[in-house]
Design a protein around this ligand. Structure first.
Ligand code: ATP
Ligand code: MG
Length: 202
């Protein structure tokens, strides 16, 4: 009898900082898709987006936020790879590391739209199933691509974004309950986001 293939969720993001929106989305996807594990993958250099905190800060906050959940893990593949992070490279590397698994790339509608804009988009579809989570303010337009395995998942409307958390931290507003307690404490300890109050959503 052949062993069942593991079902692994992949949650990529800048996680600057990780917040409860990310964690709820991952947890809902894990239940809905019967995932054995969700791997959080902080991006290295996202290329199109300004990152405020270093890779190590973003990685450590992700570790702190996910530590208590036995199904959540964190991967360094993107932050340890030099150059700009592309989802195709993330998925190629993870599928080599976990050859007996089916990958489910979990992302918001904004991130799916970015993947579609990628120039060799056809190469990405065989690597994973795609789970598009809806979040407030983002209308989901599922692409009509024959070879794409894309499903939609509604998560409880959490109007939390990293941009808002950074803006609040910059002006000393509370960020308790938007991010896990350990992440609140980590941000205070390292004085992250001070003087970055004008960042806009990206
Ligand atoms: P920023 O405001 O800096 O863009 P963000 O909150 O969008 O940050 P990212 O690290 O860019 O966070 O997002 C990583 C992934 O999580 C993306 O696929 C994004 O669509 C998704 N995501 C972000 N916020 C939420 C949320 N509140 N609920 C569900 N998914 C979310
Ligand atoms: Mg974003």
């Amino acid at each position: 009898m052949t062993a069942r293939r593991l079902r692994i969720g992949v949650m990529g993001g800048t996680f600057d900082p990780i917040h409860h929106g990310h964690l709820v989305a991952a947890s809902e996807a894990a239940v809905a898709l019967e995932l054995d594990e969700v791997v959080f993958v902080p991006t290295g250099n996202p290329g199109n987006k300004k990152v405020i905190s270093s890779s190590e800060h973003r990685y450590l906050m992700t570790v702190i936020a996910t530590a208590a959940n036995p199904r959540f893990t964190v991967s360094r593949v993107d932050i340890d790879r030099p150059g700009v992070t592309y989802t195709i490279d993330t998925l190629t590397e993870l599928s080599k590391l976990r050859p007996d698994s089916d990958l489910f790339f979990i992302s918001g509608a904004d991130a799916i739209a970015q993947i579609l804009a990628w120039k060799e988009v056809d190469r990405i579809w065989p690597l994973a199933h795609f789970v598009a989570v809806t979040r407030p303010g983002h209308q989901l337009q599922l692409p009509q691509v024959k070879e794409a395995r894309i499903s939609q998942l509604e998560v409880p409307a959490l109007a939390i974004s990293s941009t808002d958390v950074r803006n609040r931290a910059a002006v000393g507003k509370p960020i308790w309950y938007l991010v896990p307690d350990g992440v609140v404490q980590y941000i205070a300890k390292h004085k992250l986001y001070r003087g970055h109050g004008d960042s806009v959503h990206n």
